[in-house]
Design a protein around this ligand. Structure first.
Ligand code: HXC
Length: 510
């Protein structure tokens, strides 16, 4: 018996060594952790239970049958993050470069299926040379099996992808279909075709980092949500992030005890809005002063900064925050900010996370670049997302809410539950100057008359009371009481029930 047990230990030890010490050292020399080390950092100590440790590939072509490494390039299983269940796969670059074989894919699919069955998130740690070249179409089939499960799991369990090494070719499409993508600077990249192919086809000379590194994808393309300095930072931040999410669409989000009083007034908010309506202020300040302990986990901070999205908590419960940022493009809605916020709103709605919207928006960004690139269709995404969302929705207009953007930003008309305005709110079709130039065009040469008309328009609309008189604003609130109002609203909405008409699925403008 003892001999058998010893044999098991030996087998386990061999599997844990992956592609061997030399390749482990090579991994470390690139500043990367190994697949198992990453899991250790990500999960609660000792909580990881591995499955399929002894799975091997079944390929006999191109001499690969001479080498069988237990686990076949991916470590899979489940564990906990702060006590809550999560399924994990972690590709092992030391084994055939983490390349995906049929069996490797089957291992990932097994934990995806299990996660879906029991209702727990999946976190994928990607570090792979892509399709296992020796296996050909069997490997492509494996990818498609993973993709299919990504889609079935979408909106049922949260899916998070960490890119911690190469991720190229069709392999990028599994992360692309998950909810959030985090990358590591200088050691991870994602592209459909690499620099060599790009050079051959388009004559462009570009590095891997420029083409598909963490900075590129978190600033320009918005494929990824966050860029971290190294593996450890990425993994520890994922733990923090995980704490905001429910395990599945069947459960409420976790509640974290807090000492932050729900009715905490913040007098400094009464002076947040500058006297000059064209002067910006940092919307982050309001967000941090409203959420518990100023703890705000921002997503996509470096892309489309004119809108802020992220998670916070109120009375210990997760809320999704969407806020116009007057410091960037005056807080205008444009193509990128609409897409960024729309996807976030849909995530919150899918996972029963209430949405708090802070509004200071002068409208949609004008220009041929916006129009020709489809602001109509992309702006409609955000409008659509808010309109279909049935989760609790609380809106606070701090200053401008002009034009179509007023409608879009979780207005009463899109089933906003509690729509508040600060006394500094200006709710109008457009700013006074622009409005007067159009409706009093005949008086164009008369500066004095125009100034009087502008003042008249401002007096009428540069306040929240016209909207409030029509019931479009539920209450004009003191800025310092914003947290208290939101907390009370969320309490009242805890048992909110609202259903959209039955349909197979909607047809959001993609
Ligand atoms: C099999 C692979 C492999 C692959 C790497 N290896 N990629 N084995 N299939 N796709 C092996 C290498 O042979 C090597 O084995 C080990 O992994 C480490 O690779 P290195 O090249 O030494 O590492 P490095 O210099 O860091 O370069 C990493 C790399 C490079 C940039 C990823 O290996 C590479 O370009 N690989 C090919 C990438 C690729 O074209 N994949 C197919 C993409 S198409 P030894 O034994 O020497 O340690 C695709 C289609 C998916 O993925 C479609 C889904 C729909």
């Amino acid at each position: 018996m003892l001999a058998i047990l010893q044999k098991l230990e030996q087998k386990r030890a061999a599997a844990k060594l992956g592609g061997g010490q030399k390749r482990i050292d090579a991994q470390h020399s690139k500043g990367k952790l190994t697949a198992r080390e990453r899991i250790e950092v990500l999960l609660d100590e000792g909580s990881f239970e591995e499955v399929d440790m002894y799975v091997e590939h079944n390929c006999t072509d191109f001499g690969i049958d001479a080498e069988h490494i237990p686990g076949d390039g991916v470590v899979t299983g489940s564990g906990t993050i702060n006590g809550r269940l999560v399924f994990v796969f972690s590709q092992d670059f030391t084994v055939f470069g983490g390349a995906l074989s049929e069996r490797h894919a089957q291992k990932i699919c097994k934990i995806q299926d299990m996660a879906l069955k029991v209702g727990a998130p999946v976190i994928g740690l990607n570090d792979s040379g892509g399709a296992r070249i020796q296996e050909g179409v069997a490997s492509l089939a494996g990818y498609a099996e993973v993709f299919q499960r990504n889609v079935l799991a979408s909106g049922v369990v949260p899916q998070i992808s960490l890119i911690m090494g190469p991720c190229a070719g069709g392999a990028v499409y599994s992360p692309a279909m998950t909810d959030f993508i985090f990358m590591v600077k200088d050691s991870s990249y994602m592209f459909v075709t690499g620099p060599e192919v790009v050079k051959t086809v388009t004559n462009e000379v570009v590095t891997q980092e420029e083409l598909g590194g963490a900075v590129t994808h978190t600033t320009k393309s918005s494929v990824a949500d966050l860029a971290f300095e190294n593996d450890i930072e990425a993994l520890l931040s994922t733990r923090d992030f995980f704490d905001f999410l429910p395990l599945s669409n069947r459960e409420h989000g976790p509640t974290r005890p807090t000492n932050d009083p729900w009715d905490r007034n913040d007098a400094s908010l009464d002076t947040l809005i500058p006297d000059n309506a064209n002067k910006p202020y940092d919307m982050h300040e309001l967000i941090r002063k409203v959420v518990d302990e100023a703890d705000f986990f921002e997503v996509q901070p470096n892309h489309a900064g004119n809108i802020i999205i992220g998670f916070g908590r109120v009375e210990g419960r997760t809320v999704g925050i969407v806020a116009n940022q007057p410091m960037v493009l005056a807080g205008c809605l444009d193509i990128n900010s609409s897409k960024k916020a729309a996807r976030f709103v849909r995530f919150c709605d899918a996972f029963d996370i209430p949405i708090i919207t802070f509004v200071d928006v002068p409208g949609f960004l004008p220009g041929t670049a916006q129009e020709h690139n489809g602001i109509i269709k992309h702006g409609a995404k955000l409008l659509f997302a808010y309109a279909e969302a049935t989760v609790p929705k609380i809106t606070v207009i701090t200053r401008k809410a002009y034009g179509g953007a007023y409608d879009v930003m979780s207005s009463k008309h899109l089933r906003g539950d509690f729509n508040y305005a600060w006394p500094t709110a200006e709710i109008a079709v457009m700013g006074a100057k622009g409005a007067v130039e159009i409706i009093f065009r005949k008086e164009a040469g008369n500066a004095e008359a125009l100034a009087a008309r502008t003042k008249e328009y401002e007096d009428r609309f540069a306040n929240p009371f016209v909207a409030a008189s029509k019931g479009f604003i539920d209450e004009v609130i003191m800025p310092h009481s914003t947290r208290r109002r939101i907390a009370l609203g969320l309490r009242k909405l805890r048992n909110k029930q609202l259903e959209n008409p039955w349909k197979k699925h909607d047809n959001i403008p993609l």
